[in-house]
Design a protein around this ligand. Structure first.
Ligand code: UDP
Length: 472
């Protein structure tokens, strides 16, 4: 069985007064049509990076809306993640090549994960290239399969793209963040374009008072009395941390007491992180005002929240970027951003809204200095960015997009009479024989299970399944 990531319970009603009310209402109406739908989101890592960030917030809300949703992660050894990192970079244009041995390893891991996917779902979202081969090895059945691509695949390295393309042939739909990201000769007929979103209520984005945020930063060694510029991102060459340090050096010539914080997380599927971290540390060792933190040394969501809230300027100097959740996270806190004009970043901000887009290290340094010197401008840009995030990049909007797509895709499936007569184990979704299954009556509802394990899962949180049943 693929490993399930535990997520807590959350309620859409808590987003009242935070996200636009009409958005929440549309979402409730749409979800009412999908109650009981079994959905899995499958990705490569339970922590580190934007995808895990999104799933941690969205999966519990699917459940609150009456769907039955799981977050599953694939397994792979370190070699597999080295190969998938190459694929990830190659899809963003890097000139890597895959050896036949690497291709075989990718396939063999895909095959093993496909065999481990034993539950049945109505809709499966596969995130990014790491788990993409599950579908051809698993087989489609009546499930609707969606490939969600989070990276900029607009100009991929042709060899890597040809390799990946073959695994996508059977997908029912694909989602990319921008039109420009659709790769050449894309084999999926239905392509949806919509960006990710941030969760305004997660510990990373929830309101924090300035005094709490100050306390958090002081505690880890930041002097909140000095100006502070921060970049929050994985240690990844596309995020250009060395370029950020160079821009900081130029800005510091104008603002001598300036501090820089580089806050980076390590992800299970990102084996290059430590090498890049070491190069960053080599440079930072010569300047006591450069602070480098990682999730491994205890800088988690609340610390990131405090950095994004109290920094004078947030930098995201990406060269390639899928979306860059960190931009919306920072703007949501009213902090202005100086960011590379890359991938999905210009969707979130433009010159005059949110901060400045830059194309060079020098321009990055100049924009930082300008915002440090002109506090009114910084406040105004941060404020306009926050409004943009509220209207376009909060989680309920993303759920609305995903649910609409699922509704379209399952319309046909729901009209197939044979499906309606099936008895399904509510936990694993498998079709079972009423004679041999394990029956349970709970709150007046009858359920049948394929195994003691599924029965135990049901009894641990029966209301999740009953709520879904009531809506059917
Ligand atoms: N992040 C974090 N701690 C860190 C660095 C990053 O929690 O030290 C989070 C960050 O806040 C954001 C996500 O990781 O939510 C990164 O998503 P983004 O879309 O910016 O980039 P990705 O890593 O997916 O390329």
């Amino acid at each position: 069985m693929l490993q399930t990531v535990d997520v807590g319970e959350r309620s859409l009603s808590s987003y009242g007064g935070v996200a636009p009310e009409e958005m929440l209402e549309s979402l409730r109406e749409l979800a009412a049509e999908l109650r009981g739908l079994r959905v899995a989101h499958i990705n490569a890592t339970p922590y580190g990076g934007g995808v895990s960030e999104l799933l941690r917030s969205s999966v519990p809300l699917y459940n609150d809306l009456g769907l039955i949703a799981d977050w599953k992660i694939i397994s792979g050894d370190s070699r597999f993640f080295e190969v998938t990192k190459k694929i990830h970079d190659g899809l963003q244009g890097a000139p890597h090549q895959l050896s036949s041995e690497e291709m075989e390893h990718y396939e063999a891991t895909g095959q093993a994960n496909a065999a481990a996917l034993t539950e049945e779902y109505d809709v499966i979202f596969i995130h990014d290239p790491q788990p993409a081969a599950i579908l051809p090895f698993h087989g489609k059945d009546s499930t609707r399969w969606i490939w969600r691509c989070h990276i900029d695949t607009g100009q991929p390295n042709p060899e890597i793209w040809n390799f990946c393309r073959q695994y996508l042939l059977e997908y029912d739909a694909a989602i990319v963040t921008m039109d420009e990201f659709v790769p050449p000769d894309f084999p999926v007929a239905r392509v949806e374009i919509f960006p990710p979103a941030i969760d305004p209520l997660s510990p990373k984005n929830m309101p924090l008072t300035d005094s709490t945020a100050q306390q958090v930063l002081n505690w880890i060694g930041i002097d909140t009395g000095r100006p502070l510029v921060t970049q929050v991102s994985r240690f990844d060459r596309w995020k250009d941390p060395l370029g950020v340090m160079e821009a900081y050096r130029l800005a510091k010539a104008e603002v001598p007491d300036l501090q820089l914080a580089l806050v980076g997380s390590m992800a299970l599927d990102d084996p290059d992180g430590w090498d890049i971290y070491r190069s960053v540390k080599e440079v930072s060792n010569s300047d006591p005002l450069i602070h480098v933190f990682t999730n491994v040394t205890g800088v988690g969501n609340v610390e990131v929240n405090a950095f994004q809230r109290l920094s004078d300027v947030i930098v995201q100097k990406s060269i390639r970027e899928g979306f860059g959740l960190v931009v919306s996270e920072s703007l949501w806190k009213g902090t202005p951003v100086v960011a590379g004009r890359a991938g999905g970043i210009p969707l979130q901000m433009s010159d005059g809204v949110g901060g400045f887009l830059v194309d060079s290290t020098e321009a990055c340094a100049e924009s930082i200095v300008r915002l440090l010197r002109d506090k009114d401008l910084a406040r105004q840009l941060g404020g306009s960015g926050k409004i943009r995030v509220r209207d376009h990049f909060l989680l309920p909007r993303l759920l609305l997009n995903e649910l609409s797509l699922m509704r379209d895709l399952i319309t046909d499936r729901r009209s197939v009479p044979a499906e309606l007569g099936r008895i399904r184990d509510p936990v694993c979704g498998m079709a079972i024989d009423a004679q041999t299954g394990l029956p349970v009556t709970f709150d007046g509802f009858s359920f049948t299970f394929c195994s003691e394990r599924c029965k135990a899962y049901f009894l641990a949180s029966p209301h999740r399944y009953i709520a879904a049943l009531q809506g059917r």
